[in-house]
Design a protein around this ligand. Structure first.
Ligand code: SF4
Length: 614
């Protein structure tokens, strides 16, 4: 049963101070983990997952959340030197996305900090924390992981500094980089260390990266199936070479039998070993079933709530990974294309636990995952997937080998609905509506898709269903790796019909992105007109933020698509970006003169009346 916070002992959380470590009778630690986020002991937060895995493997671990990097560095010294290594993560987001808006304006809050306060972590904490630790304890290994380290493992474009940066391993001075979801590589590292293998001899664990010397590189040349990427130095001089690298990086990050990737940086070579196989149901269940208190550490009690925690407090994550491959998204780059799904019993056990929480009022805010309706979906014939190089299973078309049956998902929704303490379970995660309305679905899958829409409309929407067509122009959607807008029309019609059938008053709220590569002013005008004609006044919109290790960021920087090397226009300057946004808000008086003039200039005077009336 879920205990209220006051019923937990302080020692139920992983220790954050030497005093708390002594409560567990730990005089010495094996690992000390530094995190840019507040410590929320919940499986949705990477630092807690890593901490609990290390504890589960039988090691003593402490977490130092949001250490002060500006004072006398006492937070970095308080546990002294751990027996095995320091671990460092920026937190659940890349710190630059956390700190700055798409316009590079500093944010005044931080959803991963108590009281929603900004300023509790530096820019690039992986680099800042690792460098401090290396200075204080030069002989203790530093392992970096989490999304910031993961997506910056190769030469990458940094939108905020507007330049290419080398692998974060190089800049941070860390010894080992764990990419993707860290459970498997970390468990392997701990097992080897436990067997007495010295850290410096552990150089080839899957799903990790190292900066190697010539001898180690020679060994890869002799044995391994590898690809040598263009060096960091050459990428700095040649944008096209940088773009070409990305195709290999994306492919090998999403392949069952991936190759080792090498990239020269100065006098070292980055070796990125292939990923572990997708976690089995048993493995992922075991991770979610670790003894989390599911609550923020009590140290935050007087510092205000943590918005990121409040958001997921009553939500359940059913799976990991996403096979959508959207050009602007980092999920498949970090979690991978293959979906790892929890068992029904593990999910229902968690739902039951949540209902016992003292604040629970009967409403689950989300039963989801990176995309709500990918639960249990995978290739029908896995041997075909074994050699597949597609970055997306549903773009440019839904793969004939993908099982898109929604039966297992509906079954879980129905079981959750029968729980006596659940009044309603909402689906807050995004839905891939192409897998619900695409003509290519098999008859069987079409039936479960229709059933899914009905179940969704009847039981799982809080009045507003958020979906993300992202654009209306098929040309831009193609670059985004998203389905044609025709499918959105189709889905909206079906959902509204299902809503009407059950007598509810519900809306679809579409999300859109401006300034994506390929999006020209005419495409934005098209977006304004099409959405107006559907009766929408848009609210959920954003400018593109080109995030490291995404197709969109590569195009933004290099000007070409990494797969075709064809030139692609990308709106870059502030004015262009602001103007693209104006079309979202065509209904605001202050934008209308400008829209009138722009439509005239682009030879679309006939659209003025349609969009703005007389
Ligand atoms: S074969 Fe199809 S289902 Fe399997 S990984 Fe490739 S695209 Fe996805």
């Amino acid at each position: 049963m879920q205990k209220p916070q006051q019923e937990y002992n302080l020692s139920d959380w992983l220790p954050t101070t030497p005093k708390e470590a002594r409560l567990r009778e730990w005089d010495e630690l094996d690992v000390v983990l530094f995190s840019g986020d507040a410590y929320i002991d919940h499986p949705s937060f990477g630092a807690a997952v890593i901490g609990r895995i290390i504890e589960h493997e039988g090691f003593r671990i402490a977490i130092v959340p949001q250490p002060n990097w500006k004072d006398d560095l006492r937070d970095f010294k308080k546990f002294g030197q751990p027996k095995l290594f320091f671990a460092v993560t920026a937190g659940s987001m890349d710190s630059m996305i956390n700190h700055y808006t798409a316009n590079k304006r500093l944010r005044s809050n931080d959803a991963y900090t108590a009281g929603n306060k900004a300023g509790f972590r530096p820019d690039y904490p992986v680099i800042v924390y690792s460098q401090i630790l290396k200075k204080l304890y030069p002989n203790t290994p530093v392992v970096i992981g989490g999304i910031e380290a993961s997506l910056r493992r190769f030469t990458h474009f940094d939108y905020w500094q507007d330049k290419l940066k080398p692998s974060i391993l190089h800049e941070s001075g860390a010894d080992l980089l764990v990419y993707g979801m860290g459970e498997q590589p970390l468990a392997e590292l701990l097992r080897l260390l436990d067997r007495g293998v010295p850290f410096e001899n552990i150089r080839n664990i899957k799903q990790t990266a190292i900066l190697a010397n010539d001898k180690e590189v020679e060994r890869v040349y002799k044995k391994d199936n590898f690809i040598e990427l263009t060096s960091h130095r050459k990428c700095l001089d040649d944008k096209i070479a940088f773009a070409k690298n990305f195709k290999h990086i994306e492919r090998e990050s999403n392949m069952v039998n991936a190759k080792t990737l090498l990239q020269n940086i100065g006098n070292k070579t980055l070796i990125v070993w292939p990923p572990f196989p997708t976690m089995s149901e048993k493995e992922i269940d075991a991770s979610f079933d670790l003894p989390y208190t599911r609550q923020p550490h009590p140290r935050y009690r007087k510092r205000g709530s943590i918005p990121a925690y409040e958001m997921i407090k009553f939500s359940v994550n059913m799976h990991r990974g996403c096979f959508g491959g959207c050009s602007f998204c980092t999920i498949s780059a970090h979690q991978g294309k293959f979906v790892a799904s929890r068992s029904k019993s593990s999910i229902l056990k968690e739902v039951d636990k949540l209902t016992k929480h003292p604040d629970f009022r009967g409403y689950l805010s989300d039963l989801g995952g990176p995309s709500a309706n990918m639960y249990k979906m995978k290739g029908v014939d896995l041997s075909i997937c074994d050699t597949c190089t597609r970055p997306s299973c549903i773009f440019p078309n839904i793969c004939y080998n993908l099982n898109t049956n929604h039966k297992d998902l509906i079954d879980i929704y129905n079981s959750v609905n029968t729980h006596p303490d659940i009044k309603k379970a909402f689906i807050g995660s995004g839905i891939r509506y192409d897998m619900l309305v695409d003509d290519s679905l098999s008859e069987k899958d079409k039936t479960t898709a229709d059933e899914y829409i009905e179940v969704l409309a009847k039981n799982h929407v809080s009045g507003r269903l958020k979906v993300a067509p992202e654009h209306t122009s098929d040309k831009v959607l193609k670059l985004m790796r998203k389905p044609s807008f025709d499918l959105f029309y189709k889905f909206e019609k079906k959902f509204m019909a299902a809503t009407k059938k059950v007598g509810l008053n519900q809306q679809v709220i579409p999300y859109f992105i401006s300034s994506h590569p390929g999006s020209q002013m005419e495409d934005m005008a098209d977006l304004a007109l099409k959405t107006k004609n559907m009766g929408f006044k848009l609210e959920q919109v954003q400018d593109l933020t080109p995030t490291p290790m995404t197709v969109a960021a590569v195009i933004y920087y290099s000007g070409v698509h990494p797969y075709t090397l064809k030139e692609i226009y990308t709106p870059k300057n502030k004015n262009e970006k602001l103007n693209q946004r104006k079309f979202f808000f065509w209904y605001k008086k202050e934008n209308q003169n400008w829209i009138r003039k722009t439509l005239k200039d682009m030879g679309k005077a006939d659209w003025i009346k349609q969009l703005l009336g007389k």
